[in-house]
Design a protein around this ligand. Structure first.
Ligand SMILES: [Zn+2]
Length: 498
């Protein structure tokens, strides 16, 4: 029984340094599979309804290369500032498993499409850069489903089923150098890569449904020692939180093992979310166990400068560039720029509202997106949505003083939940603020006349009485008075009659 580490990672990291490398598999967004014409829309489909002789590995079939899958890997290469190969080759990775009908996987071993990239991201300890060793293309395997007698999915199975719909789906594997030292850096790397994939459109990268799979190679060494310790591969982390916790657990587990006089064994371990611990899955295969050799059914692939230039030109603004631009162009703080850019829906809402409303103050708009919008998305009201044109209109009303901040939040919440347009909600609720000096003056005069005690208090030096009087005016105008103007009008009048 392995005891759960008290404070994940912190104890062990006082004596040991962790060395972590991350391998991420991303399912690429293509219409058809990697080497055949089968449709990739398999979500929710009947098992084995999206396969053909090629992705079933039947004898006599030949693969053909999916051009858009290749382009997504090249685009990723540019996005991580990597080197894109001029010539690349396909290799066979041989192994037997029931979910791999050919008995081998077509992958790229010696000549990956992309090498020597890097990714920089923020952590709680400041910016951190991870070197990316390679990114290559390969095909996915089928899916095994283990069930018990009653059709419940279990690990000790009564029967196992195979769904080949996933067989031959295009996968990109991205491998880092062992640059990562903490569980948090590993999670942040995976989050930044996921954002990058979604931004350039290469993958939806949903971890929950396996479109993005994160594996970590974790070893520890005494602080100050150069040589690496024995590494353990950790799999089955199906959320970003799981990535951080699994690695922190593994660091602590290895430290306890070594401190107790034991040794770390090279193995593959799985993360078990319910028990928040890793468990032994199998001994780790060595690379030469796969007997890689060049794929005889596919020619080497050459990339022309024109083709590469066209792919590069199609890249959208990347997250790192966008964060910097939001700070320099709109005066956002580094934190606000990150919050906005790290969530694609928020970025789209912000950009859309900026484009929709001329003269909408960008900083105020950013506050609305990172504040009210994100609160509603995360809260019980989620399921609603915000229209950029309507948000622009609302922020403009707030900026012009035509509606109070408090009322604006109510308007936005109603718009978010119902989709009603902002102007109609403001009208229906009578929220348009009274900023007319004449109308306000009348209300202020009435309140002063009706509250002689408060006026006397003010004259006796109790400045707080103004707050009470403002409240009375707001009440009389059903919250529609411009509070700043009321404040000014009250002070003017009180000063005069003194
Ligand atoms: Zn197929």
């Amino acid at each position: 029984m392995t005891s759960a580490p008290a404070a994940a990672g912190t104890g062990a990291l006082a004596r040991y340094e962790a060395v972590i490398g991350i391998e991420i598999h991303c399912q690429l967004k293509t219409a058809s599979k990697m080497f055949c014409a089968c449709d990739t829309q398999i979500e929710g489909a009947e098992p084995n309804s999206h396969c053909c002789p090629v992705c079933l590995g039947l004898p006599g079939t030949l693969p053909t290369i999916n051009k858009s899958a290749v382009e997504w890997v090249i685009a990723t290469g540019f996005a991580i500032d990597g080197e894109v190969a001029t010539t690349t080759r396909w290799d066979r990775k041989n192994y037997f498993y029931p979910d791999i009908p050919k008995g081998y996987q077509i992958s790229q071993y010696q000549l990956p499409l992309v090498a020597n990239g890097k990714l920089t991201f923020d952590t709680s300890e400041g910016p951190f850069t991870v070197r990316v060793r390679r990114a290559h293309l390969e095909e996915d395997t089928g899916r095994l489903i283990h069930e018990d007698r009653d059709g419940r999915r279990v690990s000790l199975a009564r029967r196992s089923l195979i769904d080949f719909d996933r067989s031959g789906m295009p996968l990109m594997e991205i491998v880092t150098e062992p640059d990562i030292r903490t569980a948090e850096q590993a999670r942040r790397y995976a989050e930044e890569l996921r954002l990058l994939m979604r931004t350039i459109g290469a993958s939806d990268a949903e971890m929950e449904n396996g479109q993005m799979r994160v594996e970590a190679n974790v070893s520890i060494r005494p602080i100050g020692r150069e040589a690496f310790g024995t590494r353990v591969e950790v799999k089955n982390m199906n959320s970003m939180r799981a990535v951080e916790r699994a690695i922190a657990f593994e660091i602590e587990r290895q430290a306890e093992l070594i401190d107790g006089g034991g040794a770390v064994h090279m193995e593959t371990r799985g993360w078990d979310d319910p028990s928040q611990s890793t468990y032994h899955m199998r001994p780790k295969e060595e690379e030469n166990d796969y007997r890689y050799f060049p794929e005889p059914d596919l020619p080497p692939l050459t990339t022309t400068p024109e083709w590469l230039a066209a792919i590069k030109a199609r890249l959208p603004e990347l997250p790192a560039v966008r964060r910097t631009r939001y700070q320099t162009e709109f005066g956002l703080s580094g934190y606000d720029a990150s919050v906005l850019v790290n969530d694609l829906a928020s970025t789209a809402l912000f950009e859309g509202a900026l484009a929709a409303g001329e003269g909408v103050p960008a900083k105020l708009l950013a506050n609305w997106v990172t504040g009210e919008y994100m609160r509603l998305v995360k809260g019980e009201e989620s399921g609603g949505s915000a229209d950029p044109v309507q948000l622009a209109a609302l922020v403009k009303l707030v900026a012009d003083g035509a509606i109070s901040g408090t009322n604006a939040k109510e308007v936005f919440a109603e718009h978010f939940a119902t989709g009603r347009v902002v102007a109609a909600i403001v009208e229906a609720r009578g929220f348009r603020q009274i900023s007319d000096a004449g109308a306000l003056g009348t209300a202020v005069d009435e309140v002063l006349a009706a509250n002689p005690a408060a006026v006397a208090d003010y004259r006796a030096g109790k400045g707080a009485a103004v707050g009470f009087l403002v409240g009375q005016v707001m009440k009389a105008t059903r919250g529609q008075a411009n509070a700043a103007m009321v404040q000014t009008a009250l002070r003017e009048r009180l000063a005069k009659t003194e």
